[in-house]
Design a protein around this ligand. Structure first.
Ligand code: GLY
Ligand code: MN
Ligand code: MN
Length: 445
């Protein structure tokens, strides 16, 4: 396992790699610098309470200070050392702002500032020389300089290939999630409520709810069929099944992990999970440089149809169910997405750095990741099989109702559904690294 000192070295390499990439982006424009604002805290309407602050992913891709309000980063054509501007004002209400991990400051020029007028003196003096990436136009740039798409498209496109540092952050984020997933499973087996399970998860990784890369999804029994079940139940239920989709953030990078469990290891639902688990690993193995996520998605539908046939849910062949689109009732989401600073990393629908979008696949128009896989990408692979009352109702009312064995559907409805999700690095040498399974294997507790 990489310790913090090694991670600081990787971070230094990350800074120089990103600087070169951003200088190449600048070279194709009239701008001579890119300035990224972390963002400012937001006050709720008609209240004096702020929403929890998280710096935007353009900033987090550079600096692991997701909680530090008012920070700016400047990358210039004429300097290989990015400048980090940190807001430093007296504040008697709050504790000291987050600081960089030890050793991370070496590749940066750090400048403390107290007002935006002070900060502006460091910016390009050329008129329209700054491409400013920010949620709000805090530096009062002319419209053409604020989030210029010719720049943001190129940033989103370069993000596909993760540096060794970024890969390590997601690797560590997987490792940190393992004890939390185990604690959640233990709580489920002890009969805890969904909210108690989420509390066990947070204790297991030593994080607060606001530090989660996305809201914990913890569905007991039927709630496993709610794809993003965030509205956690406080009631304890007699446990049958449990789906947990939860990650951890490391330096602003996410893990995104789903596991599904049966309370009774002898049940049909437990057997269904086992078959899905084997199938998920076959889909992982189908990835690699130059492989098409759309082809893998199509294959995953065929495999889900085969599983449905194997468990007697279908009265027709898997091929026929697949051809008729019946598998989509049981599996209504994509096989995966790019992972990084965003859980659903931006840029996965870009055909090129000029911002052209990939055409949506005809049969699966909502697919997020269409581009062929490239080296150093991180993908999730997350096939699912659910018994979702609303979708099943529609199928039962439709022309294909007779192709389903509805008594088998009734058997599985109380168990909700299954999703199994791992995070995979596509390495340059063609190998695939399963960050999630490696972490579960290596971490004994
Ligand atoms: N956790 C959200 C997703 O898997 O896409
Ligand atoms: Mn995911
Ligand atoms: Mn997930």
């Amino acid at each position: 396992m990489i310790d913090k000192a090694d991670q600081a070295t990787l971070y230094g390499q990350h800074l120089s790699e990103k600087t070169h990439r951003f200088q190449a982006i600048l070279g194709a424009t009239e701008f001579d610098e890119i300035v990224i604002a972390a963002g400012d805290s937001k006050i709720q309407f008609a209240d004096d309470m702020a929403y929890p602050f998280v710096a935007n992913p353009y900033f987090r891709e550079w600096v692991p200070l997701g909680k530090r309000v008012g920070s700016y980063l400047q990358i210039s054509l004429n300097s290989d050392r990015p400048r980090l501007f940190l807001l430093t004002v007296e504040d008697i209400w709050h504790t000291a702002p987050q600081s960089l991990p030890v050793g991370f400051e070496q590749g940066l020029e750090i400048i403390e500032y107290a007002s935006l007028d002070e900060l502006k003196k460091y910016l390009s003096q050329k008129q329209d020389g700054t491409a400013f990436i920010a949620e709000t136009n805090s530096l009062n740039m002319v419209q053409e300089c604020w989030n210029p798409q010719a720049v943001t498209d190129q940033i989103d496109y370069q993000r596909r290939a993760k540096t060794a540092y970024e890969q390590d952050c997601v690797r560590q984020a997987n490792r940190l999630a393992v004890p939390a997933h185990r604690a959640a499973y233990k709580a489920f087996m002890a009969g805890a409520s969904e909210l108690e399970i989420a509390a066990a998860y947070l204790r297991g990784c030593g994080c607060s709810e606001h530090e989660m890369p996305y809201g914990i999804i913890a569905g007991v029994n039927e709630h496993g069929a709610v794809l993003h079940h965030h509205n956690l139940d406080k009631q304890r239920r007699t446990p049958r099944s449990f789906l947990i989709d939860a990650g951890v953030a490391e330096n602003g990078y996410a893990s995104d992990i789903t596991r599904t469990y049966a309370y009774d290891p002898g049940s049909d639902f437990a057997a269904l999970i086992e078959v899905m688990d084997v199938m998920q690993q076959q889909l992982v193995a189908g990835g690699g440089i130059g492989k098409s996520p759309v082809d893998l998605h199509v294959l995953s539908h065929l495999k889900v149809a085969e599983v449905l046939r194997q468990f007697d849910v279908l009265k027709v062949s898997a091929e026929e169910a697949f051809d008729l689109g019946i598998s989509a009732t049981f599996y209504p989401h994509g096989l995966g997405h790019h992972l990084g600073c965003n859980v659903h990393d931006r840029g996965s629908n870009l055909a090129n750095a000029q911002g052209d979008l990939l055409p949506a696949p005809e049969k699966y128009p909502k697919l997020r990741s269409g581009a062929l896989m490239v080296a150093n990408q991180i993908h999730t692979v997350e096939p699912g099989l659910y018994f979702i009352p609303a979708l099943l109702h529609r199928l039962r009312q439709g022309e294909f109702a007779s192709k389903i064995n509805w008594s088998r559907v009734e058997d599985f409805l109380p168990f909700g559904g299954i999703r199994i999700e791992d995070n995979i690095v596509v390495h340059r040498d063609g190998s695939l690294e399963n960050l999630t399974r490696d972490a579960f294997r290596d971490i004994k507790q």
